[in-house]
Design a protein. Structure first.
Lengths: 158, 489
């Protein structure tokens, strides 16, 4: 049975319209997320916001960082894997979380994502901390077309 | 899930508290899947355990059986509580059988202090420990390493810390593999892994990781002789337990190689039932590269727990104005529960070299094993099993039976029965902290929601898990430890 909890619309950023929700009963000790987007750009943006929301209360992040990243992968699902892995990497290396994301996915193999990320430092004095993601797993990892756009399942080890 | 329901129906008793799913239960199974559990724990196991342990039984080169310990629950790839040995010459190595938190493990320190000594200063002590041992998302350690120094830490493990004054020489004797596993090669570690983890030595992390002050209750000493050997034998005695691993460095090594193996499997014509079981032949270039990088991460996890030990000693010295030596703040043992190690085991009368994967499973070597500290060799290796922050933990000892039955392995914890979201719905972090304080357990945490996720009711009853281990004699109860203070990420 799929429970829908913590459903969040990315619309509050003004950029994305996708949705995500936590899927319970999958990997009890970790966090499974179902992500929906009207297109690939939207899905990648929504996935990024879901990861940020997992790590911190986004309302407690001040936007002080504006950066651009570009990632390339041979397969579309691996591009999503690398995209989420990059956000987890930046959380540890630069101690940054991103609460506004604009992504452009392109290519037909190799596939590319170029994105503008806006966010700020994870500062334990000011940021309400949540979970500390270790990695995106391949457990039940999917990216597929849906009736109204695209959907993905991400199981994140925390 | 139909397939899994079918698998549960194919579970057959194979002895008292031992259950088997035969190879005929799923296409591709090379060996049986074996689950160690009481009937009640078996019933509580989620559906994924049966699916995953039978998937592991399909991996090339697996020897004898795919095992699941009584704390087993749904993980990714392997179940948590999963143990599998593969022939070193013909078998595979799989990051999914180790986990992203490479060498996540437990360390137990003893003291000469009693609860009566500590209670009046408990809040001060917990506050000072919380400040000294960074925890939670984005935390940084107190040492800043150059790349060459970090390379040395990868190779030398806990010994790197001790030679720089962050520990006592005897700490190494009481650490699995003397805190340094053979085979680490930093040249197989990516620049991203270094960048991610280089300044995290001495940090606790988040999730179910913790630093806990514990006490020995009078009724908690089950094996007085073994307890005496381990120096944890006095009612009221204060101990410090650590649960953490290789932090972002290990997580990135896992990520890098999972991604690599996902593609490399095609070259070796390996197919797996679950993409998270991506693997490569152990003797292949990819398999050897992962083993070298994974071992480097395992060594940094030993170093991480060693650095935290150093900070704990500093805090105790300050709060009690007494040297850590006088306080008897010694390492009882440090043991891994997320590794793959090359070990020699007897298989049908023949000694073979195996690559033993333990994912959420503790090494539990019995009496006489060479990698057990000399002082414990007659008794067996200490096994440290962490429970929930509300209910307590356990010190056990490895057995000859574990060597014969489970590749010298046992459980690692209580095992979750409830998702994190479900736990948060049932209690708020602030409420739980207040409730625990009323029961004499002081909690400091970087994340309030993280505390709620780790509530005691989200876990199985640890004593039920430990009782099965004791009953099966794959490890024996020595001491039960009760929490009085906890630091969480």
């Amino acid at each position: 049975m799929v429970h829908r909890v913590d459903a969040c619309a990315g619309r509050r950023t003004g950029w994305t319209v996708g949705r995500w929700h936590v899927v319970e009963d999958v990997a009890l000790a970790d966090c499974a997320l179902d992500i929906e987007g009207q297109d690939l750009d939207d899905l990648f943006e929504t996935a990024a916001l879901a990861v940020a929301d997992l790590m911190v209360d986004p309302a407690t992040i001040s936007v002080t960082v504006d950066r651009t990243i570009a990632i390339e992968a041979d397969a579309l699902d691996l591009l999503l894997y690398d995209w989420v892995s990059e956000l987890i990497f930046l959380k540890d290396r630069d101690r940054q979380a991103f609460i506004r994301v604009r992504a452009r996915v392109s290519g037909e193999g190799p596939f590319r994502v170029r994105a503008r990320l806006e966010g700020g430092e994870i500062d334990p004095e000011r940021t309400a901390l949540r979970a500390d993601p270790k990695a995106l797993t391949f457990h039940q990892f999917t990216l597929e077309r849906a009736a109204a756009g695209w959907r993905a399942r991400l199981v994140i080890d925390i | 899930m139909k397939t899994t329901d079918d698998l549960r129906s194919k579970v057959q008793p194979a002895g008292d508290d031992i259950w088997e799913i035969p190879p005929s239960a799923k296409p591709g199974m090379l060996v049986p899947a074996r689950v160690y559990a009481s009937p009640s724990l078996l019933e509580q196991m989620d559906q994924g355990v049966f699916e995953q342990v039978t998937n592991v039984a399909c991996l090339p080169g697996i020897v004898r059986a795919a095992l699941c310990m009584p704390d087993g629950h749904w993980g990714y790839g392997f179940p948590i509580g999963g143990v599998a040995a593969f022939d070193a010459a013909s078998g595979v190595i799989s990051p999914g059988g180790i986990g992203f938190d490479i060498n996540c493990g437990m360390r137990l320190l003893r003291t000469t202090l009693t609860e009566d000594d500590v209670r009046p200063r408990l809040a001060e002590l917990i506050g000072a420990l919380f400040s000294a041992v960074p925890s939670g998302v984005g935390s940084k350690g107190f040492v800043h390493l150059s790349e060459p120094e970090f390379d040395r830490a990868m190779v030398e493990g806990a010994g790197w810390c001790v030679t720089r004054g962050f520990g006592w020489p005897e700490d190494l004797e009481y650490t699995e593999g003397r805190g340094c596993l053979d085979g680490a090669d930093p040249s197989h570690v990516s620049a991203r892994a270094r960048a991610r983890g280089m300044d995290q030595l001495g940090t606790l992390g988040s999730g179910n990781h913790y630093l806990e002050l514990q006490t020995v209750r009078p009724q908690g000493i089950h094996d007085p002789a073994a307890a005496r050997s381990f120096g944890v034998d006095r009612p009221g005695q204060i101990c410090v337990m650590l649960h953490c691993g290789s932090r972002g460095f290990g997580h990135q090594v896992g990520t890098d190689y999972l991604r690599l193996f996902d593609q490399a499997m095609k070259r070796y014509a390996i197919t797996v039932k679950d993409r998270e079981l991506a693997c490569a032949p152990f003797r292949s270039p990819e398999g050897q590269a992962y083993f070298a990088a994974m071992t480097a991460a395992a060594n940094t996890a030993f170093a991480n727990r060693q650095m935290i030990t150093h900070r704990v000693r500093e805090v105790f010295e300050k709060v009690f104005a007494t040297s850590a030596r006088e306080l008897g703040l010694s390492v009882v043992y440090d043991v891994c529960h997320n590794t793959a190690k090359l070990e020699r085991h007897v298989v049908e009368g023949e000694t073979r070299e195996l690559i033993v994967h333990r994912k959420g499973a503790t090494r539990a070597f019995g009496p006489g094993a060479t990698d057990v500290p000399t002082a414990y060799r007659e008794v067996g290796q200490p096994v440290i099993i962490g429970g929930s922050m509300e209910t307590g933990s356990a010190l056990l000892v490895g057995t000859a039976r574990a060597m014969a039955e489970t590749w010298g392995s046992t459980a690692h914890g209580a095992g979750r029965t409830m998702s994190r979201a479900q736990a948060k719905r049932r209690v708020g972090g602030e409420t739980l902290i207040k409730d625990m304080a009323a029961r004499g357990i002081i909690v400091r945490a970087a994340s309030r929601s993280g505390v709620a996720e780790e509530a005691g009711f989200a876990y199985k009853d640890l004593s039920a898990v430990v009782d099965v281990l004791h009953h099966l004699d794959i490890s024996r109860k020595v001491v039960s430890l009760t929490p009085i203070g906890n630091i969480k990420g």
